[in-house]
Design a protein around this ligand. Structure first.
Ligand code: ADP
Ligand code: MG
Length: 696
């Protein structure tokens, strides 16, 4: 039974060593287990036949029924092809073969009726189908029902390995009576009412009905997500039980004095709640690893400061790390403004900190007189040693990798409490997966009196009107961002449109000073330009998305986003968060070409209707898939996902999480006999190598 996991596919009936090699290279399929887990990505109902006349738009794989009218062999040498005309009575289409030309020409006849299965494409207004699967009528009738379309590569198709061929091999395996042991513990199968593995695999390859197929897909998705959730929980439970954390037992002078005398406004309820969560967390004796999610402007900095004051009250030091020098500088100014009056000693360490100041910092860190160190990654590269670092706050997690977090811990003999702050609103179920080892707090409320940013969609032909609006804001002493999409900082064309944009803005608003930043500037020059704007010396900032993260210029009330149609929703939301930071009404103007796809227009219109980051993130994920998040995060997952989708399978993620909790409550190290098969499967499937050593 188990041997299917290791059975080389070259021994599967009909495959052999050469094709085995091909499958391994092209699809990563090496064992019978892999082959059985190579699932169709879609299904076609073999009972339904399309009319060629009804073909329209981007067509899926379909079946058509009809006769060949003519056969022509065209071209020479490598370009030889068999071009046929096929008609189903409603209309005709071309059917083309680039391979097996001679064989096809000999085996097809004009008098026979055929069922073709393939993907129609439109070429110069005519429908075409290349290398379809072909059945005579009687055969087609015999294989009615749902039929899987397998993911393939062009190379495989050219070697005549199509969906049907894969299906045949898989069926040979399924019919060989070999079975895979179900890795899921019986308790989980029962409590979650999941289809057993053997049945699910059979259903996926040979569905008996749409409903059972659905159940089978759910089961396989569950399995993938269950590995991840169990793994994450084991890691975090183990860390909690093994890693002793500092105990912040008291709320002392710094915290209290700040709260009663320095706080410039009332905390929002959400801020209070999160501060309380942090207080409880840091007093358990275990290390805190908490993610604070809060939309742009929700006041995360203040929460971070209060957590740091708590550390200081208990005799520890704290540090706050930001992804860029600009941000670190801004945090430093903010924190000093808020807390230096109560005698908190705060200093800034970045790549450009002078040697003299560096020495002071090193001394004060070592003797404990420095309370809070604000910095960039430089803090990690620097040979800084804290006397007793109790809390590390990391702003904007996604620019600050897990590896860096780990290096931070090495700054201490005992790992400090870690607070990660992010403004990237990640739907809860996704957070559960990608940040599965962190506890999550959400600041789901903005400070009162904030006026939502008024967002408008404008087309290129309304540009003059937009410029007049900018002129009015500037005349009132406000500042303006103009953002260009420079996705690829090396793209010459994009750079040119950015430079042209800058030139024309300088010309139109010649009475004002215009700062200019993009990713290709040297850091010193970039900081200089940013500073021009931040200090108010420049009234307009023409920029690329380098300003996306965290910059705080409350006097900037207008943001124009050029070619907004080229940005993703979440990115637009991040950009928009740069305005609306003061008391004045702010505006975000999305400039777009007039001719855009329907979905693009809907996306942009959503931005004009809502400012809720979570609504936007959710919509973004549904439209694009987890996209960026998936790209960077999924590669960090301990297990590969083949069938589950982080964006759309939220419900299954929750279910898997609950089941994993229950399983581990009952058997924390997965050592009970009934969970052995599962523990082994986890070990065999994981991409992680080291951490599993302790589980057997
Ligand atoms: P973010 O969560 O984006 O990091 P910040 O911490 O920069 O947000 O806060 C945004 C602005 O809101 C700052 O100017 C801050 O002083 C202000 N702010 C924070 N909390 C409150 C509050 N409870 N009431 C009023 N204003 C607040
Ligand atoms: Mg912030």
């Amino acid at each position: 039974m188990q041997s299917l996991r290791r059975l080389d596919i070259k021994y599967v009936k009909g495959i052999g060593p050469q094709r085995a090699e091909l499958l391994s290279k092209q699809l990563g399929i090496r064992t019978a287990y892999d082959l059985l887990h190579h699932f169709p990505t879609s299904y076609v109902d073999r009972t339904s036949i399309y009319s060629i006349r009804d073909f329209t738009g981007d067509m899926p794989y379909v079946q058509v029924r009809g006769r060949f009218v003519s056969f022509n062999i065209l071209g020479e040498g490598a370009k030889t092809r068999l071009v046929t005309l096929f008609t189903d009575g409603s209309a005709g289409m071309e059917v083309v073969w680039f391979k097996s030309i001679k064989h096809m020409r000999e085996s097809l006849h004009t008098e026979t009726e055929y069922i073709l299965f393939g993907k129609p494409t439109s070429f110069n207004g005519r429908w075409q189908m290349a290398h379809p699967e072909i059945d005579t009528l009687d055969k087609a009738v015999a294989q009615q029902g749902l039929r899987g379309v397998y993911p393939l590569t062009e190379t495989l198709r050219n070697r005549n390995i199509g969906s049907r061929q894969l299906h045949t091999w898989i069926c040979a395996l399924l019919d060989s009576k070999a079975a895979l042991a179900d890795p899921l513990p019986t308790s989980v199968l029962e409590s979650c009412r999941l289809m057993p593995l053997d049945r699910a695999i059979r259903e996926l390859h040979r569905p008996s009905s749409p409903a059972t197929l659905q159940k089978a897909r759910e089961r396989m998705k569950f399995e993938e997500l269950f590995y991840i959730q169990t793994d994450m929980l084991i890691q975090s439970r183990r860390r909690k039980s093994l890693t002793e954390g500092f105990r912040f037992t008291r709320v002392g002078r710094f915290f209290n004095e700040f709260y009663s005398t320095c706080l410039p406004f009332k905390l929002t309820d959400a801020q209070k709640r999160v501060v309380k969560e942090i207080r409880i967390d840091t007093n358990t004796g275990r290390q805190m690893n908490r993610l604070v999610q809060g939309d742009v402007g929700s006041g995360k900095t203040l929460v971070a400061l209060m957590a740091m004051l708590l550390a200081i009250d208990n005799g520890y030091q704290a540090c706050l790390m930001a992804p860029t020098e600009i941000l670190a500088g801004q945090h430093y100014e903010t924190l000093r403004g808020l807390a230096s009056q109560i005698g908190v000693n705060i200093r800034l360490l970045t790549g450009s900190t002078r040697a003299k100041e560096r020495t002071v910092i090193h001394e004060q860190l070592a003797d404990g007189s420095l309370h809070i160190l604000v910095g960039t990654h430089a803090v990690l590269e620097d040979p800084v040693v804290f006397k007793n670092l109790g809390l590390a706050v990391i702003d904007e997690q996604h620019r600050f990798g897990v590896a860096q977090r780990a290096r931070l811990w090495k700054k201490n003999t005992r790992p400090p409490h870690v607070l990660v702050m992010t403004a990237t609103p990640i739907p809860r179920t996704l957070a559960m997966t990608v940040y599965g080892d962190l506890d999550v707090s959400v600041i789901d409320q903005l400070p009162p009196g904030r006026k939502p940013v008024c967002t408008l969609l404008r087309y290129d032909n309304q540009r003059e009107q937009v410029y007049r609006g900018i002129g009015r804001q500037l005349a009132e002493g406000r500042q303006v961002y103009i953002v260009y999409p420079l996705i690829d900082e090396n793209d010459k064309l994009e750079l040119r449109s950015l430079a042209e944009g800058y030139d024309s803005i300088c010309e139109i608003f010649s009475n004002y000073r215009v700062a200019f930043v993009h990713g290709r500037l040297k850091p010193v020059e970039k900081d200089y330009q940013m500073d021009l704007f931040a200090s108010g010396k420049a009234q307009i900032l023409v920029a690329t998305t380098v300003i996306e993260v965290g910059v705080n210029v409350p006097n900037a009330t207008t943001m124009v986003i050029e070619n907004a149609e080229r940005f993703g929703l979440s990115q637009l939301h991040q950009l928009r968060g740069r305005v609306g930071r003061g008391a004045d009404q702010s505006y975000c103007i999305l400039m777009s070409k007039y001719k855009i796809a329907k979905e693009t227009r809907e996306r942009l219109e959503l931005m004009t209707h809502t400012t809720d980051g979570f609504v936007i993130a959710e919509a973004d994920m549904k439209m694009r898939g987890p996209g960026d998040i998936e790209g960077t995060m999924q590669s960090g997952l301990p297990f590969e996902l083949h069938i589950a989708n982080l964006a759309t399978d939220g419900q299954i993620i929750s279910q898997a999480r609950q089941a994993a909790e229950a399983l581990l409550d009952n058997d924390p190290e997965l050592q009970k006999p009934e969970n052995r098969v599962f523990a082994t499967a986890m070990r065999e499937n994981t991409r992680r190598t080291a951490d599993w050593s302790r589980i057997s």
